[in-house]
Design a binder for this molecule. Structure first.
Ligand SMILES: [Mn+2]
Length: 506
């Protein structure tokens, strides 16, 4: 669904969830300004038992002139709206939004899909905020955001929904963060009125009620209902404790559980842990050290009807540690008795030699669908583009061992249409962005590579000999591979890439 699909209605009412947060208000505001610019009679409302009370939200509504109206539940219950009702940052019929009858209904949301019978729906659960979804829908319509009040609202919506950007992972979120115009002074002001004295107390109480697992050195805290940003605050604090290597802080919100995770050890990437915690019943992600997520109450109750949240989170944390075997390739003596021999298919890939495009030391961000890779350009550093558009960064030594770079330009049409997000290269110094494939040359495999490989029966984390600080995660069904000519060159290839890239030797 796109916004122009909704322009035939003469009246449109946009409804935020009850107890609206900054993201709901910002998203509603964006839609409001859009439909108003089309000459449609537009209203922005919220309902539920409570009016907006939080200081930062009151400031936001006042300073950004968000024309939001409060409808007490009685008014919502006995009213039937003419035209279209759009629920924003929530789904019509779900528990966190007061139901209002209307001629037609639409949904624009970034939570896990819960309501499936509304045809006019745009639900993108991978996005960090609904503000990002609205921003990209406005972009689709060519609606340029010149109104700095709207820009500030959208920016702040994303900021608060991703724990001050620390738990952001979708590249589209990052694109909005980096490009939208906003008023810095106002953001600072909102940020500094984020907590109430009551919430300060909640944070204090949460800290003395931790649980600790001394086998795996993690802490878990179940905080009382409070602003989700406090979870980030508590977890940042908790991680500073000497005995704690990873931690999880969560609380219940209207429609589920919000959580933050932190890690300070190389064996656990917070973003992966967050995704693991929310697997199948929500979504999670972020950075290597800080991440977060959301679990839908409905899906939680369907899957774990009798389980307390403490039990769920503690079990899930433990099973995360139990279920991963760690391989340090430089130390590992690999047992190849149950592995088969394969040779790597000799087909061309794309490559970019970074130091031929940028001066040494240039700080870059490679933005991919799997998140940002930040690096400083080093001598002979390469980025390669695989057959399915997968991006790897290789030091020269490793690259030269596997590939020969030709001068032929790389043609990326074949793979880019299959990509959800076309990877870009952003120079942090001048802010300029390039599409990686446009800069790439064709590279060919250097000689024949033979490997031993086997499908994984348990998850592994491999610290390769090329990068001892970051692991590659192998899931069940992916392939563990060892180079025949170097038994310490151990790696993992995703199941979907393996079949095309390797053929069995006789
Ligand atoms: Mn939201």
């Amino acid at each position: 669904m796109q916004l122009h699909d909704l322009e035939n209605f003469q009246e449109i009412t946009i409804q935020c969830h009850d107890n609206p947060d900054a993201d709901a208000l910002a998203s509603g505001y964006g839609l409001y300004l859009y439909f108003q610019s089309k000459g449609i009679e537009t209203k922005l409302i919220y309902s539920g038992p409570n009016r907006i009370q939080k200081a930062n939200l009151k400031l936001m509504v006042d300073h950004l002139q968000i024309p939001v109206e409060y409808w007490p539940p009685m008014q919502s219950m006995y009213h039937r709206l003419e035209g279209l009702l759009i629920t924003v940052d929530c789904q019509y019929g779900a528990g966190n939004v007061t139901r209002i009858e209307a001629d037609a209904v639409a949904i624009i949301d970034h939570h896990q899909e819960e309501i499936k019978d509304v045809a006019l729906s745009r639900i993108q659960p991978g996005l960090g905020s609904c503000a990002t979804l609205v921003w990209s829908m406005l972009e689709e319509e060519g609606f340029e955001i010149t109104n700095i009040k709207l820009g500030t609202a959208l920016y702040y919506g994303l900021y608060t929904d991703t724990n001050q950007f620390s738990e952001i992972y979708n590249p589209v979120d990052m694109d909005m963060r980096d490009s939208v115009i906003y008023n810095k002074a106002l953001i600072t002001r909102f940020r500094n009125s984020n907590l109430s004295l009551k919430e300060l107390e909640i944070a204090g109480i949460a800290l003395i009620r931790y649980s600790y697992n001394d086998d795996y050195r993690f802490g878990v805290i179940h905080a009382q209902p409070c602003d989700p940003n406090i979870l980030g605050l508590i977890s940042d604090f908790l991680l500073q404790v000497d005995e704690i290597d990873t931690c999880l802080v969560y609380n219940q919100v209207q429609d589920g559980y919000k959580f933050s995770v932190r890690s300070c050890i190389k064996e656990v990437n917070a973003n992966e842990l967050a995704a693991y915690l929310a697997d199948d019943i929500g979504s999670g992600g972020g950075h290597i050290d800080k991440a977060g997520g959301f679990i839908s109450m409905k899906l939680y109750e369907d899957n774990y009807p009798t389980m307390h949240s403490e039990g769920y989170f503690n079990n899930r944390m433990t099973s995360y540690f139990d279920s991963h075997k760690i391989i340090y390739a430089t130390e590992q003596i690999m047992d190849i008795s149950d592995m088969k021999r394969f040779s790597k298919v000799q087909s061309p890939e794309g490559c970019v030699k970074l130091d031929s495009l940028f001066p040494l030391g240039t700080s870059l961000i490679i933005r991919t669908v799997k998140g940002d890779i930040e690096l400083d350009v080093e001598e002979n550093m390469y980025v390669t583009i695989g057959h399915k558009g997968e991006i790897s960064v290789l030091p020269g030594e490793q690259f030269n061992r596997f590939y020969v770079c030709t001068q032929e330009p790389y043609c990326h049409e074949d793979c880019s249409h299959k990509m959800e997000y076309v990877p870009t290269l952003r120079n942090r110094t001048d802010g300029k962005t390039l599409v990686i494939a446009d800069q790439a040359k064709v590279c060919l495999p250097a000689g024949e590579t033979k490997v031993y490989a086997k499908p994984l029966e348990e998850e592994v984390k491999v610290f390769t000999k090329w990068d001892e600080d970051h692991y590659i995660l192998g899931k069940i069904g992916d392939y563990l591979i060892v180079r025949e000519d170097d038994m310490h060159d151990i790696s993992v290839v995703k199941r979907e890439f393996f079949k095309d890239a390797y053929i069995p030797c006789n």
